[in-house]
Design a binder for this molecule. Structure first.
Ligand SMILES: Nc1ncnc2c1ncn2[C@@H]1O[C@H](COP(=O)(O)OS(=O)(=O)O)[C@@H](OP(=O)(O)O)[C@H]1O
Length: 396
């Protein structure tokens, strides 16, 4: 009797569709509560993934991340392609400046005027090639076998970006400043900045401040005495004006070029402690490098010829690096608006590409007398430089 009552109740329950639905709903509710509970516990112990490189909290972090939010996060975490066209030498940043050189017997700071060359917030990222190597998982990071060591405003960015078309060259886009500012970080730090390369490919970087950094030759030699060095040189007077123009673009209140040039305008004494002047004394800086490297290991590229005949200069560079001459005339066209040679196809793109607006700025008009005085000042140093390199760059 008892048995049949239970059975009856159970059977009645199992047979009632309303009760069945209710039971199902209760189970689902329980499961849902359990899932929410577990998630809260899990999320509370998760490391935060929502602080971007600038330390700004992602507003989406408090809600569920949508598909577009995920893509955004991935794109934030994956370094963005670098707009190399706008990069320029950034070694004059006062906070980290350490370079000094000797002029005569005096140790002078390389940069007297407070200059800020870096573009703040400029996205820094691996190169397209580094990224593709990373995706392929192929190759390994190597220390550079060739470095563009100078000179600031010589045309170093143009040279590096033109070289990057070559399939056997892989280069880091941003300036690592390892041998001047970041040496204490160690070689592994430096190596880690480099893109992955395959057997036979050359790793390169450019940091124009190395050329005027007293410690750089010994440090590069200590890394590898076989490192190939490339220096893009340009008429020191134009280079100084270009340097000044860059500073002026960031600090419009600086004194005039003319007043910075002289220690004493009346006596006409040039201020060699001003970095814009100092960097152009190429013979002096080269001397420092020759203490460690033979002349055959240093290639001098003419900044002027790099504009008039990029393929010709690139031919010399490819020979120097022991590479097949793959970069030729057919890679360039002269952009009338820009007033410079540009690439018909940039690396990793099918579109024509010119360097950005920070390359090829309009220079201010400088008092011709001051220009002449500077020409006179540089002449003996230029002659010495031609003699040392065995090449007349035609600046006089
Ligand atoms: N193809 C092409 N396009 C644009 N600009 C070119 C090119 N080739 C050489 N140049 C010259 O490069 C000068 C800048 O030199 P750097 O790249 O060495 O500058 S930096 O030291 O890295 O800031 C830059 O100097 P300014 O003209 O004074 O801006 C250019 O004259």
């Amino acid at each position: 009797m008892e048995y049949s009552l239970v059975c009856h109740n159970l059977c009645a329950f199992s047979l009632s569709p309303v009760k069945k639905k209710l039971a199902l709903l209760s189970i689902m509710l329980l499961l849902w509560v359990y899932m929410v509970y577990s998630c809260v516990g899990y999320c509370a112990t998760m490391p935060s993934l929502v602080v971007d490189s600038h330390g700004i909290k992602d507003p989406e972090s408090h809600g569920r991340r949508t598909e577009s939010g995920r893509t955004e996060l991935i794109s934030k975490l994956l370094p963005r392609p670098q707009s190399w066209v706008d990069l320029e030498s950034d070694y004059d940043e006062p906070a980290v400046r350490t370079a000094s050189v000797s002029v005569g017997n005096n140790e002078v700071e390389i940069n007297r005027a407070e200059e800020w060359d870096d573009e703040p917030g400029e996205p820094r990222s691996p190169e397209p090639n580094a990224l593709s190597s990373f995706i392929n998982g192929s190759g390994s990071k190597k220390l550079p076998q060739a470095i563009i060591i100078g000179v600031k405003k010589g045309g170093t960015r143009a040279l590096l970006e033109f070289l990057r078309i070559h399939p056997d060259i892989r280069a880091v886009g941003a300036e690592p400043h390892f041998f001047d500012r970041n040496y204490n970080n160690g070689l592994e730090w430096y190596r880690d900045l480099m893109p992955k390369t395959l057997e036979g490919q050359i790793t390169m970087e450019k940091t124009p401040s190395y050329f005027v950094t007293r410690e750089a030759p010994a440090r590069i030699y200590a890394m590898s005495r076989d490192t190939k060095l490339i220096v893009v040189v340009r008429d020191p007077v134009t280079r100084a004006i270009s340097d000044y123009t860059q500073t002026l673009s960031k600090k419009p209140d600086i004194p005039t070029f003319e007043s910075l040039t002289f220690k004493n305008r009346t006596t006409g004494l040039i201020d060699t402690s001003w970095s814009a002047v100092q960097i152009g004394i190429y013979a002096k800086h080269l001397d420092n490098w020759l203490q460690f490297f033979p002349m055959a290991q240093i290639l001098f590229v003419s900044g002027e010829r790099l504009i008039i005949d990029p393929a010709g200069e690139l031919g010399r560079v490819q020979d120097f690096l022991g590479l097949k001459r793959i970069i030729t005339d057919k890679h360039f066209y002269f952009n009338q608006t820009k007033g410079f040679p540009c690439l018909k196809k940039a690396e990793g793109s099918s579109k024509p590409h010119c360097l950005g607006k920070t390359k090829g700025r309009t220079h201010p008009n400088i008092d011709p007398e001051v220009v002449q005085r500077l020409r006179d000042f540089y002449r003996p140093f230029n002659m010495k430089f031609y003699q040392m390199t065995g090449h007349n760059f035609g600046w006089d």
